[in-house]
Ligand binder design. Structure first.
Ligand SMILES: [Zn+2]
Length: 649
């Protein structure tokens, strides 16, 4: 630009005209050199910063709870309230086991925050402890007395809209540039810090973790479906929680054996297995094994110590040989020096191996301590003060997972597979609990007895007999007449005969007289046919030949009772009501209705019977009216039309 507009460029050393090639060249060279100089300066500054950090001297902003003292050392905040609040975060985590629990414990309590920048820079402000801050404090290694540099990395990133942003990512611990333990006074030990970190990772459900929850289903989070291999969920919908393989069903990958099972069925088995595993005799075995492990460690450590002694002897010998060599004999001296160095390297290696052996020695509790804890365990497990969450944590310390497989032969059986943390596995069979209907089923022995004595007794007698034999209903109550009746109905137990010899039901009588049952009922209700009421209100008719003959006579004399085949006083061309109904394709009721309303002219015969002369015009009119009349839908219509065709009105 300066070249195009003939502008001169001036710096401390001179004036440059950019239209001149020499000046352009000089300026280009100078800018390259200054770029290189900036790079060198930055590198030097960064390296000195890193060197200070490696010594633990680089001063960095401190989290709340720590301050720099007059000698630039990191110390716990002398403000007792601040220090107590920070210490209480770790105490609350030990009690609740989650960052949300810590935030909950601090509800209604103020928590300090150090302001960075702005008008309040460096000062303590008081506010609420949020979940994010609680998690930040719990995962900050500074509180474990560690000096850390390079825990995060910042990178510039160009967004799709062209804007440039810096994004910070947390690095894994092995990539931290500086980590100095015991740099300053700690709120928690480094081991506690690692435990907290592991617990928080186990709480991260969005990363697939299934931490113990508050519910009473003990295997929550460690229970798997044996049919499809996926994790089972806990459903607390009704009084009894269930483990169910619902994810597979939702994803349409469920097998026919994926299902659900009541949680207490599984929990009882698992609890029994756990308490059996930590029974005193099992612990005695475990202690014997632990003694063996300790002895093995001691032997390994002794071997490592001997290896160090031997390496030291070889190194000393190589050193003496090097010193004994004449300095003029350079070739020999050089090879002796190389050997000495190799021996020294071997010594360092052996010492490192010894350090690993001694540090990996497991800490075992004393046998007395263990025995006391184990003896108390069943009481502790059942104590009402022990929360379900604690039971689950205890369970998970020993048990890896539980796999539930329904038996393919018998759906009441379930195979429960236990995988212990020690690597041992165990298979236990359990029986499903019976559901509410099955629990209320009558005892098969009661049904058998009712079946044998029921046909000879009425319901009251049956109830009395069952009660006398100390049988109860499915719900545990004594039998009464209604219960006996229900039992008879449900299990199809025959009743004692209703009719005595020579007695008939109205239906049989009607069939014998070739008339309708309604006619017989009419006679029964008007007292024309003698009968008695049997059990349950049924009619029992003593149908002697005399009575049958009387009935036949009554039928023959009645003007109301007829058959379509009998054509008394029918005139040529006339149709009976039933014939008319058939011709019109309707029920006899419809024809009677039309006759009553006067739509269809009829003629009464001498016995009072109606006859219809169905002319084509009349038929067409009838069909038209029927077609246009309202008809109820089929399902509303009576299923049993009255046998009206046999009764003339
Ligand atoms: Zn499944």
């Amino acid at each position: 630009m300066a070249r195009l507009t003939d502008t001169l460029v001036i710096d401390a050393d001179g004036v440059y005209d950019l239209s001149d090639i020499n000046d352009r060249l000089l300026l280009g060279l100078k800018s390259q050199m200054s770029e290189a100089e900036i790079h060198l300066l930055t590198s030097r500054l960064n390296e000195s910063k890193r060197a200070a950090a490696r010594r633990g001297d680089l001063r960095m902003p401190l989290p709340v709870g720590y301050v720099h003292d007059d000698e630039n050392m990191v110390v716990i905040d002398p403000d007792a309230e601040v220090a107590a609040a920070v210490a209480d975060v770790f105490t609350a985590f030990a009690a609740t086991g989650s960052a949300y629990g810590v935030a909950g414990a601090f509800a209604g309590r103020r928590f300090p925050r150090r302001a960075y920048g702005g008008a309040w820079a460096g000062q303590i402000r008081w506010g609420r402890l949020t979940h994010a801050r609680a998690a930040g404090i719990l995962t900050n290694p500074v509180y474990a007395g560690a000096y850390v540099f390079g825990r995060r990395r910042t990178r510039q990133a160009v967004h799709p809209d062209g804007s440039v942003h810096s994004c910070t990512t947390e690095l894994p611990r092995e990539q931290w540039q500086v980590l100095l333990h015991d740099h300053h006074e700690a709120y928690v030990s480094w081991d506690q810090f690692l435990t907290i970190e592991a617990k928080l990772a186990a709480n991260r459900t969005n990363a697939g973790a299934r931490p113990p929850r508050e519910g009473c289903a003990l295997c929550q989070g460690i229970v798997f479906c044996g049919a499809c291999g996926r994790a089972m969920q806990v459903r607390y919908q009704d009084r009894h929680p269930r483990y169910e393989c619902s994810h597979s069903r939702h994803d349409h990958v469920a097998t026919p054996w994926c299902g659900s099972v009541r949680a207490d069925t599984i929990d009882e088995v698992v609890t029994g297995a756990l308490l059996a595993a930590v029974a005193p005799n099992q612990i005695a075995l475990a202690l014997a094994a632990a003694d063996e492990v300790t002895a093995r460690h001691a032997r390994a450590a002794r071997a490592a110590g001997l290896a160090v002694d031997r390496a030291r002897y070889h190194a000393d010998r190589a050193e003496r040989a090097f010193h004994a060599c004449e300095p003029e004999n350079r070739l020999v001296a050089r090879s002796l020096e190389a050997r000495w160095e190799a021996r020294l390297a071997e010594l360092a290696e052996a010492q490192a191996a010894l350090a690993v052996q001694t540090s990996s020695r497991p800490d075992l509790p004393s046998p007395e301590q263990l025995a006391a804890t184990v003896a108390d365990l069943p009481t502790l497990w059942a104590a009402p003060t022990t929360s379900d969450k604690d039971r689950k944590r205890l369970l998970r310390t020993l048990l890896g997972d539980v796999t539930i497989t329904p038996s393919t032969q018998d759906n009441t059986r379930i195979d429960i597979g236990l995988r212990w943390k020690s690597g041992a596995t165990q298979q236990i069979q359990a029986t499903r609990r019976r559901n509410a209907t099955q629990l209320r089923n009558t005892d098969p022995a009661t049904i058998a007895l009712a079946r044998s004595i029921g046909p000879d007794l009425n319901n009251a007698g049956l109830a009395a007999a069952l009660n006398a034999a100390a049988h109860t209903t499915g719900t545990g109550h004594p039998f009464d007449t209604k219960a006996a009746s229900n039992l008879r109905h449900a299990y199809r137990i025959a009743s004692p005969a209703t009719l005595t010899d020579g007695e008939l039901t109205p239906r049989v009588v009607a069939a014998r007289l070739k008339t309708s049952t309604s006619t017989v009922h009419e006679w029964l209700t008007t007292g024309q046919l003698p009968a008695r009421r049997a059990r349950g209100g049924h009619w029992a008719i003593t149908f002697t030949p005399d009575i049958e003959a009387a009935c036949q006579q009554r039928l023959a004399a009645s003007g109301h009772i007829h058959r379509d085949t009998d054509n008394i006083d029918r005139q040529p061309g006339e149709l009976s009501i039933a014939q008319t109904a058939t011709q019109l394709g309707v029920k006899a009721d419809v024809v009677y209705y039309r006759a009553h309303r006067g739509y269809l002219p009829t003629r009464r015969g001498t016995s009072g019977r109606r006859w219809v002369t169905l002319t084509p015009e009349l038929e067409a009119d009838c069909r038209h009216r029927i077609a246009n009349s309202y008809k109820p839908p089929d399902h509303v219509k009576s299923q049993n039309p009255q046998p009206a065709e046999r009764i003339a009105v």
